[in-house]
Ligand binder design. Structure first.
Ligand code: NOJ
Ligand code: CA
Length: 512
């Protein structure tokens, strides 16, 4: 089932910021369609597109007001269907973003749910039974309706939480997972999925997948809920692919997701790589990979054979990769990202080292995330080729730096990050050991030390990967004979008495 996942390499598109074709300053479906060849040429064969549904955009579209209708600013449902067709014509796949945890307050379900008289939507959201009682959680909406009660929110204060029930119920208003309210919500989620899968999308990235059932600290109820959804998909859409924003692969894959992300939150130590005071992939060489590896190993063992752990280059919620690491550091970082098991995810623009734009005023609930969501920099024409709109109309201001990277310039320079990423993807795809389902054994990942060394394997093929992002040479003891160098960057290793000396700012792939 979904065989294509075996060698899927994803590209995340933030539709607002990718390519605008009608000069309103906001990216659109047509724009994405125009750039599919670019994505394919880079070597990505799958897309995750952030929410593109009707919304008041208080959280950039993660506040849906109609799940069955695309936001007019991106195009019509038919245009999305066309885009999906264009993706498929190129042998590529596309996941839409499903936001099951909450809606916008503008959603008609919520409007009904606020009414004092009981109706079909009274139990669609999590409400207490009197205004003076607030539910435990990220916050509550209070004093906004005739209905007597406070409504739990799931993220921002304008995102009321949909009701999937409480795993452990302690209050009379906390409903069981199998009560009619939660059952109604689940039926609706299935209907939404059915709608877009029937239109042709290949599956979903699921927003806050970990958080649906309440009173469920260890995730047992939420896992059960997703298992039900998986069973529904197996029956009706066995090819549908699901990737979760969960950050705990053992739980997510137990719930039937094909893949889960390591994220900037949760226990994965993902931030140790690129987003902390001393990132491991900084040339300062003061980072630590050992905790990340310990946790990864733990997850890897728990999920063996069940699905994939995905390590994204970044996403629309995190600082840009290029905020803390630069130049050749990015090349070594991509050698890591593109040689780990699980499907790689490249956040748009990371392949050219797009920077975090400092000092921006928040746009659509972006806050500090706004700087990672600026328009794609295609070329040196007006607005970097993103849009022909007046500068003041651009969704988010462009990176103002005169030397901001662009696709066009990087295409021309053979030593650019773009070419490095493209070659690394092609290299991965030529070697089963390096692909999504190949295995991994860690060889050297010591505390506060470089290099970082692992072996990837599939069938007879075994490839040793050496990464030294630090600006000092490093060494490790190696039992393998490194017969054939398949690909190196930043110099050559030397082997003496089973000790491998590794140059600074280096990566290498060796057949063993
Ligand atoms: C995670 C999304 O990635 C983020 O952008 C959004 O703000 C929250 N979930 C709430 O939906
Ligand atoms: Ca537009």
């Amino acid at each position: 089932m979904a065989k294509w996942l075996d060698d899927a390499v994803f590209y995340e598109i933030y539709p607002q910021s990718f390519k605008d074709t009608n000069s309103d300053g906001i990216g659109d479906f047509r724009g994405i369609g125009q750039k599919l060849d670019y994505i394919k040429e880079l070597g990505c064969n799958a897309i995750w597109m952030n929410p593109c549904f009707e919304s008041p955009f208080g959280d950039a579209g993660y506040d849906v007001s109609d799940y069955y209708k695309t936001a007019p600013r991106y195009g019509t449902n038919d245009e999305l269907k066309e885009l999906i067709g264009e993706v498929h014509d190129r042998g590529m796949h596309i996941l839409l973003d499903l936001v099951p945890g909450h809606t916008s307050m503008a959603h008609k379900w919520f409007q009904e749910s606020m009414k004092a008289e009981r109706n079909a939507y009274t139990d669609r959201y999590v409400w207490t039974d009197n205004i003076w009682e607030t539910p435990e959680g990220p916050g509550a909406l209070r004093g906004i309706s005739d209905r007597d009660g406070s409504c739990l929110v799931s993220f921002f204060s304008h995102q009321p939480a949909l009701n999937y029930g409480y795993y452990r119920q302690e209050k009379p208003w906390q409903q069981a997972m199998d009560a009619p309210g939660p059952r109604g919500t689940i039926a609706e989620v299935k209907k939404i999925m059915r709608f877009w899968l029937t239109m042709g999308c290949d599956g979903f990235r699921v927003d806050m997948a970990h958080s649906l059932v309440k009173g469920d600290e260890d995730g047992k109820g939420t896992v059960k809920l997703w298992q039900e959804i998986r069973a529904f998909l197996d029956e009706e859409f066995p090819e549908a692919v699901m990737v979760s924003e969960w950050g705990e692969p053992d739980k997510a894959l137990e719930g039937g997701f094909h893949m889960d992300f390591l994220l900037h939150f949760g226990p994965s130590h993902y931030n140790d790589l690129f987003r902390c005071e001393e990132p491991y992939f900084s040339s300062r060489g003061k980072g630590d990979i050992s905790e990340f590896v310990r946790k990864y190993q733990e997850n890897y063992e728990k999920t063996a054979g069940k699905g994939m752990i995905c390590i994204p280059s970044g996403n629309h919620d995190m600082d840009r990769l290029a905020r803390s690491i630069h130049g050749d550091e990015l090349k070594v970082a991509f050698a890591f990202l593109l040689s780990m098991p699980g499907a790689p995810f490249i956040y748009y623009g990371d392949e050219i080292g797009m920077r975090y734009v400092e000092g921006l005023t928040s746009v659509e609930g972006g806050y500090n995330r706004t700087g990672s969501r600026s328009p794609m920099q295609w070329d040196d024409s007006v607005n970097a080729g993103f849009s022909l709109a007046g500068e003041e109309k651009l969704y988010i201001p462009l990176d103002p730096a005169a030397d901001r990277p662009t696709v066009e310039r990087q295409l021309r320079a053979s030593d650019s990050l773009y070419h490095e990423v493209k070659e690394l993807i092609a290299f991965r795809q030529e070697h089963p050991a390096l692909k999504n389902r190949g295995g991994i054994e860690f060889v050297y990942a010591e505390k506060n030390t470089y290099p970082f060394v692992y072996v990837r394997n599939a069938g007879d093929e075994r490839i040793l990967v050496i990464l030294n992002s630090s600006d000092k040479p490093a060494s490790f003891a190696c039992e393998y004979s490194l017969s054939e160098a398949l690909r190196t960057f930043g110099g050559e290793i030397m082997v003496r008495d089973k000790r491998v000396m590794v140059p600074a700012g280096f990566y290498g792939f060796y057949r063993v």
